[in-house]
Design a protein around this ligand. Structure first.
Ligand SMILES: Nc1nc2c(ncn2[C@@H]2O[C@H](COP(=O)(O)OP(=O)(O)OP(=O)(O)O)[C@@H](O)[C@H]2O)c(=O)[nH]1
Ligand SMILES: [Zn+2]
Length: 338
């Protein structure tokens, strides 16, 4: 009698549906479905080890140490990523889980690694707001840095918020005037006054804080998140606090919401960002720019840029807004002065 015996399954049978629960998805050897992988939020990354927050059945959460599974290929995992884990997700000491899925990112904060590597990399995922911390004085504001931060926010889908520190040392008016045309929200704070204006803007949202050295960012984060233990005043941060890596760390605000502090991220080099990404963040200008000639780069040198007519025909505020927009577009192509 010819025909197949029970032992003569084809290779295909091996990778197709195994008999099992009705309605279950086909399981294949090559592409595991990860239906049973556990969801988590990456709260810190340190030399290839991720700290991932996973809900526990009791309504709290545990922090699980995890590595990236090889199947993710080149896809990096960053703080703020929503991921799925397999393996030991108990969070017990000396256990290690594997990250098998990185969920699509709602926003991305990108920058170049340093002045020798011109590739933009994602440094934080899924933050809603970019809080750009700058001192009114001591150190003097670095406007190129601020402009590039704003571009990074606009092009990555984050809402920027300027936080001007050391308000006890000077007036914020000059800085504020510079950003008036952009309609970017700004708040002045100082170490000795309350944070009543800032706090409601952070509640319930994920905000990533960036700032150059000495601006008072650690002082501020410590006040917002009392158990953050960020080192201040130039003291080394290594060994202080729960997370000791130099990468971005996610911290819970007592009133709800989260802060992502970025101790190792003090500059923003942009390389792959396109001026069109900046334009997309300015609804009013983008609508006008539809009348521009093809290939118009919307700079002051483009002779028929529709934005020039729009500014000339309206109140002076339009001119300020256009000038600010063009400054940001120029910042995209600037070589950063770190
Ligand atoms: N006058 C004044 N000084 C402040 C204020 N906030 C912070 N400082 C001082 O500014 C210095 C820098 O503060 P940090 O909080 O360490 O600044 P940082 O931005 O974290 O800088 P790094 O520690 O280099 O990362 C410290 O000497 C602080 O005491 C403020 O509101 N007013
Ligand atoms: Zn144009």
């Amino acid at each position: 009698m010819s025909g197949r015996t029970f032992d003569s399954r084809s290779d295909e049978d091996d990778v197709r549906v195994r008999p099992g629960r009705r309605g279950s998805r086909p399981r294949t050897r090559t592409r595991p479905s990860h239906d049973d992988a556990v969801p988590g939020l990456v709260v810190g990354v340190d030399r290839g080890r991720m700290t991932v927050r996973v809900e526990d059945p009791g309504g709290g959460h545990v922090e699980v140490t995890a590595m990236r599974a090889r199947e993710l290929g080149k896809h990096g995992v960053v703080t703020g990523d929503r991921v799925r884990l397999v393996g030991d997700t108990s969070g017990r000491t000396d256990t290690l889980a594997r990250i098998v899925v990185i969920e699509p990112r709602a926003t991305t904060l990108r920058r170049t690694a340093d002045d020798t590597d011109p590739t933009e990399r994602v440094v934080v995922a899924n933050a809603e707001q970019l809080v750009v911390v700058t001192a009114i004085t001591d150190p003097e504001p670095h406007v190129g840095f601020l402009d590039r931060c704003l571009v990074a926010a606009f092009s990555g889908g984050l809402t920027p918020l300027l936080c001007l520190t050391k308000a006890d040392l000077g007036s914020p008016d000059e800085l504020l005037a510079r950003y008036a045309g952009l309609e970017v929200e700004a708040i002045a704070v100082s170490r000795d006054t309350d944070l009543d204006e800032l706090q409601p803007r952070l509640d319930g949202r994920i905000s990533v804080f960036v700032g150059q050295s000495g601006v008072g960012k650690s002082t501020l984060v410590n006040r917002l998140v009392p158990d953050a233990y960020r080192a201040t005043g130039g003291v080394s941060k290594v060994g202080k606090g729960r997370h000791t890596s130099s990468s971005a760390v996610l911290l819970d605000l007592p009133g709800g919401g989260m802060v992502i502090d970025t101790p190792g991220i003090r500059s923003f080099g942009l390389a792959d960002t396109d001026p069109a990404d900046v334009l997309a963040a300015f609804d009013d200008l983008a609508a006008v720019a539809r009348d521009c000639p093809p290939l118009c780069a919307h700079t002051a040198e483009d002779p028929d840029c529709a934005l020039d007519d729009w500014a000339a025909e309206g109140p002076p505020a339009r001119g300020e807004r256009l000038a600010s927009f063009r400054r940001l577009v120029a910042a995209v192509t600037q070589t950063p002065n770190w």
